[in-house]
Design a protein around this ligand. Structure first.
Ligand SMILES: Nc1ncnc2c1ncn2[C@@H]1O[C@H](COP(=O)(O)OP(=O)(O)O)[C@@H](O)[C@H]1O
Ligand SMILES: [Mg+2]
Length: 232
């Protein structure tokens, strides 16, 4: 590299990633030879019809699954070669997920759900409680601290899940169809919230979606068809 070219290290580097489920005649090539990078602070929308490989790719990026070929580098760490302990650390300290089905713990209150990642990091109780309050306020759920998931609407539950995802100040937020179970109006509000928090926290994010509005809020759209990248 010469002194005149400054290259910012990508926040996410996906290099020739493939993931095959099953073997032989039953093999499903869920992701095939996909490469792209995400710059720090960028919000990328991952789009493609159902079955195009979005969830598989997101799971490989966030360390929930491993590619069969290729590699993934997040924040300088080669995710695809981490051992179990490394993956646990990655999910605790670097990457947070938001899922379509929220994934909250039913027996815990909103505040307790948001506090889970902070307990894992052994944050002292007063600090944890203060941060949980700040996060719930940020997502517009001040006053709902004690409610359990079943006592909240879908949109409120997803906002709790977003607050929980933000709790550990991840470098990368991975959201898999976060508005897929929400009505249009609620989904729009959740998307605007995601866009705003990514910006406010200086995070990098990749969000799979069918929603044209989410695509318009993204900095860039990455499109999959039958497991392959297609030009947007
Ligand atoms: N655990 C699995 N076992 C076998 N096939 C799977 C599995 N998960 C996903 N697939 C298949 O891989 C392809 C991509 O699926 P997926 O990544 O879930 O796509 P999307 O999230 O875009 O709907 C689909 O053909 C799907 O049926
Ligand atoms: Mg999916």
């Amino acid at each position: 590299m010469t002194a005149t070219t400054t290259t910012v290290e990508a926040a996410v580097r996906v290099e020739r990633v493939s993931r095959v489920y099953g073997h032989g005649a039953a093999a499903v090539h869920a992701v095939q030879d996909v490469s792209f990078t995400i710059a720090p602070g960028e919000l990328v929308a991952l789009v493609g019809r159902s079955g195009s490989g979005k969830t598989t790719l997101l799971n490989c990026i966030g360390g929930l699954d491993r590619p069969d070929e290729g590699r993934v580098v997040v924040d300088g760490r080669e995710v695809s070669s981490l051992d179990e302990a490394g993956l646990v650390e990655l999910r605790r300290d670097v990457v947070s997920f938001v899922f379509q089905t929220f994934g909250l713990v039913p027996v815990l209150s909103a505040a307790e759900n948001v506090g889970v990642p902070l307990r894992l990091r052994r944050m002292p109780t007063p600090d944890r409680e203060a941060r949980v309050q700040l996060l719930l306020d940020l997502v517009g759920l001040g006053g709902h601290e004690l409610q359990r998931p079943a006592e909240m609407s879908g949109g409120q539950q997803q906002r709790v899940a977003i607050a929980r995802a933000l709790a550990s100040s991840p470098r990368l937020l991975v959201a898999d169809e976060p508005t897929g179970q929400l009505d249009t109006e609620t989904g729009t509000a959740v998307m605007a919230l995601l866009r705003a928090v990514v910006e406010a926290e200086g995070m990098t994010a990749i969000v799979s979606t069918h929603d044209p509005l989410m695509m318009s809020l993204a900095d860039r759209v990455v499109r999959l068809a039958d497991g392959r990248l297609v030009d947007a």
